[in-house]
Design a protein around this ligand. Structure first.
Ligand code: GDG
Length: 737
């Protein structure tokens, strides 16, 4: 039976060793908490690091580590402390994490760390491949494993792979600073579906793909030569019922069963019934804006001194990544700030901040959520922030006010909260004031909307939506009705071919027989291709026509010694077998003098664009321009040219990153028709990859075999994914003959 393989850096459990005994505790953190229920309820295995380095596991306990993991349907991968240093504390948390959260000043680029990151990603990928069976679905998580999707794809080309990024994806201007940016994007694009929490992260990613890799992006799909990669946003939810139920259970328990923390919280309430508790919970991380929060709280106490002794900030900061220097400095800064503020405002009866620097059991988390009147979450950047959602889910009487930073992904769906900019202390202080004053009815009104949404779009729904979208993308069919050339279709072609008396092959050149290259002059046919076409052309009863938009000089030189028929410049010129070039169409080029200067002004204003001058047409190429600017200017130029050329029998054709101006009515379709009229061909085969080939596909009789290369929309009956497929197919005809 097929299963889901979840892959994340850490397993949802943490294995510790104390006095030579194993201790297994659940992992804390957004991803582990969120996905646990999906894993628990589904048919899946979860692969990840146990939290222990190879050096930390005594040999006699190694097997036990795996056994413990297996009990939870987990597969533990072990790494040396050197690997963890370079991969986790190094590249993941000193390079990717700060950069993706816009902390460029904390970002370090160490080539050694990058090497380790690649090696460890490869180990993870290998582990997945080891457990993978055909039909399984693979779901890779987060920024530590950006290279894994493509590493799996290299070994399992047909695997269904999803990737979800739990942290923000930065703008192209920030992302482009990474020395290994191409590798990272290529790594991610190994997936069939890439998910982000918000639309903003999605559009930043797509913009990086189109600008850095120069890949075509159609709405939210990246067009690769042989695959489409879908990119979408899926805002992660929480296990709503779990939090709601836990909160309800809290209300029903007897006072003896209350935790010590709960008793302290109760005591506070009883002692000063009109006072308020403000809660914050996060990992101790510079992205979470903990120092901002403290300073804003200090400012609040200065601005609204009437709340001295009437308000308290309960702050839980969970130790995190304490091996990274920035985290150590942050810890020091927070300790000092808390000390200073408490020192400044404390009275004999009261201190303003209760600060816990530790991880708490789930029970205590619920104590805090249910006892605090306000949650104050002020991240400077946060992929989503699940604490905000958990706080709302536990407010079973629907009271409570959430103050949430607009820099958290969750603020986009939680707009009934009081949304603040974490850098605006005035606004934060005023929001705390507003929260204290907020009438109960208003709290209930706001939370009713929030709860309804969170309950509906919970973590289960999130995972289901992602999985459904993943299965759908895997079908990977183009949005039109062309048929993939399967083994069976190939058989049919070959049978028709062998029975035919007169065969003709119309073959486009660039993107069909050869792949695109940076410089068009480098796309010379290789020896294998020259041999292939020569042999095909030598078959009895077979005519091969290379039909291209290229100029006759280039085509003529490249195919000088191969006696195939050549059609150049979309049909303007023809070189019949054994003859010289001759004009195939009556065309003039007088109009070029009028049009060229106009295109030149667009070249000047649009860096990266250039004019290609052919004998009877002019082409403006913008493949190397900024993708957005290129499209904008292409629209503009197309309009200008259409007006300018309308009375001159010219057409402006909009191709793939190119505008071409030429005499109307000259195209590959017309050129092919002329040829077909000269003889009765009973086997017509045409193959091409771009818009100029569409004229050909449309013009051919229904009985022809027309094939598009790539996944773009087409009038052809069939499609193959890539040029390698074309050569294989042509070879089969030779072998079959
Ligand atoms: C990353 C992204 C994104 C916290 N302290 C304790 C504890 N927690 C639990 C909370 C919550 C989770 O940890 C924290 O999740 P967040 O989403 O707030 O933050 P990150 O850990 O930074 O997570 C984040 C997330 O991934 C998911 O995609 O939202 O933006 O940075 O569930 O309840 N749990 C227990 N004790 C604690 O002391 N038991």
């Amino acid at each position: 039976m097929s299963k889901t393989i979840i892959l994340s850096n850490r397993l949802p459990l943490q294995i510790n060793i104390k006095e030579n005994k194993l201790q297994v505790i659940p992992s804390v953190g957004g991803l582990a908490t969120g996905l646990k229920s999906f894993h628990r309820d589904g048919d899946s295995i979860w692969i990840g690091w146990s939290g222990l380095t190879t050096e930390e596991i005594p040999e006699d306990l190694l097997e036990e580590v795996h056994t413990e993991a297996r009990k939870e349907a987990c597969v533990a991968v072990n790494f040396t402390s050197k690997e963890i240093d370079g991969f986790y504390y190094g590249f993941s948390n000193r390079s990717i994490w700060p950069l993706f959260h816009y902390f460029m000043e904390f970002t370090e680029w160490e080539a050694d760390n990058w090497e380790t990151y690649k090696n460890v990603n490869q180990k993870y990928a290998d582990k997945v491949v080891e457990h993978y069976k055909e039909g399984d679905t693979i779901w890779v998580h987060d920024y530590q494993l950006l290279l894994v999707p493509n590493m799996i794809r290299q070994k399992e080309p047909d695997a269904i792979i999803g990737f979800f990024n739990h942290i923000p994806f930065p703008s192209y201007e920030v992302f482009r600073t990474i020395p290994w940016r191409e590798e990272i994007l290529i790594g991610m694009l190994g997936a069939n579906l890439i998910g982000f929490h918000t639309y903003d992260y999605e559009r930043h990613f797509l913009s990086s793909v189109s600008r850095i890799l120069r890949r075509q992006v159609d709405f939210n799909e990246v067009v690769l030569p042989n695959r489409l990669v879908k990119v979408d946003s899926f805002p992660m939810g929480i296990d709503y019922d779990k939090f709601e139920q836990a909160a309800l259970a809290h209300q029903e328990r007897s006072s003896e069963k209350e935790s010590e923390l709960q008793q302290r919280l109760n005591h506070h309430r009883i002692k000063s019934p009109d006072s308020k508790l403000i809660l914050s919970i996060d990992r101790l991380d510079y992205t979470k804006g903990i120092a901002h929060r403290l300073r804003a709280f200090e400012y609040f106490l200065e601005k609204y001194p009437q709340y001295v002794e009437k308000i308290r900030l309960v702050m839980l900061a969970v130790p995190s990544r304490s091996d990274v220097p920035q985290y150590q400095l942050l810890k020091k800064e927070i300790d000092e700030l808390v000390g200073r503020i408490n020192g400044k405002f404390a009275t004999v009866n009261w201190i303003p901040i209760w600060y816990f620097y530790r991880s708490m059991p789930f029970e205590n988390l619920i104590d805090l959520y249910t006892s605090c009147n306000i949650a104050l979450l002020t991240p400077i950047r946060d992929g989503m922030n699940l604490v905000a959602k958990e706080y709302i889910a536990t407010r079973t009487d629907q009271t409570g006010v959430l103050i949430l930073s607009e820099m958290a992904g969750s603020s986009e769906e939680m707009y009934e909260a009081l949304i603040i900019n974490p850098n605006n202390f005035e606004q934060i202080a005023n929001s705390i004031h507003q929260a204290i004053q907020m009438p109960k009815e208003e709290q209930i009104r706001r939370n009713t909307f929030l709860q309804k949404r969170l309950k509906r779009y919970n973590v289960e729904k999130w995972a289901q939506d992602f999985m459904k979208a993943l299965q759908k993308t895997y079908e990977n069919k183009p949005a039109y009705e062309a048929i993939p050339v399967s083994k069976e279709e190939e058989e049919k072609f070959l049978k028709r071919f062998s029975k035919a008396k007169n065969r003709v092959f119309f073959l486009d050149y660039d993107g069909t027989l050869v792949n695109f290259v940076d410089k068009p002059e480098d796309a010379k046919p290789d020896k294998q291709l020259l041999d292939l076409i020569t042999t095909l052309n030598e078959l009895k009863k077979t005519k091969v026509v290379l039909i291209s938009g290229r100029d006759k000089e280039t085509l003529g030189t490249w195919w000088k010694d191969v006696p195939v028929e050549l059609i150049a410049e979309h049909g303007v010129w023809i070189r019949k077998t054994g003859k010289n070039w001759q004009l195939n169409e009556k065309v003039s080029n007088d109009w070029m003098e009028m049009v060229r200067p106009v295109i030149e002004t667009f070249c000047d204003r649009t860096p990266g664009t250039f004019i290609e001058e052919k004998n009877y047409s002019l082409a403006w190429h913008y493949r190397k321009a900024d993708p957005d600017l290129g499209e904008k200017r292409a629209n503009e130029l197309s309009n200008v040219l259409k007006q300018l050329t309308s009375n001159h029998g010219l057409s402006v054709l909009e191709g793939n990153k190119v505008l071409e101006i030429k005499t109307s009515g000259v195209n590959k379709g017309k050129a092919a028709s002329k040829l077909l009229m000269q003889k009765n061909f009973d086997f017509i085969f045409a193959i091409g990859d771009d818009w100029t080939d569409e004229f050909l596909f449309k013009e051919l009789p229904d009985s022809a075999i027309s094939i598009k290369v790539g996944l773009k929309k087409t009038a052809a009956t069939y499609f193959v994914r890539e040029t390698e497929g074309v050569r294989k197919l042509l070879n089969q005809f030779i072998e079959y003959d």
